[in-house]
Design a protein around this ligand. Structure first.
Ligand SMILES: [Zn+2]
Length: 93
């Protein structure tokens, strides 16, 4: 990140439509996003490996718990969306 630059993400509450939690559908990042997910660090690491085809539990994708697969897909989709927004913001500035 550039020092002094402001970064925004789409509001997770309204998905960019605008609500009382955000301003015009966006929220400014005021700290490192990693700090917000400290308790989920192991899950995030396992999810990243899962996305690359490395299963946390021996066996294939069908041997993983449905909750893990669903949470992992949600995390990957959210990360992809944030990266696309960040790239769009970079090209706009
Ligand atoms: Zn909102």
């Amino acid at each position: 990140m550039k020092t002094g630059a402001r970064y925004y993400i789409e509001c997770p509450s309204c998905r960019g439509y605008g609500c009382s939690e955000c301003k015009d559908g966006r929220m400014e990042l005021t700290g490192c996003p990693q700090d917000e997910v400290k308790g989920l660090r192991q899950f995030c690491q396992l999810s990243d490996l899962f996305a690359k085809g490395v299963m946390p539990i021996s066996g294939g994708a069908l041997e993983q718990s449905a909750q893990f697969v669903e949470a992992s897909q949600f995390l990957q989709n959210t990360e992809d969306r944030i990266v696309r927004q960040w790239q769009a913001n970079q090209s706009a500035s």
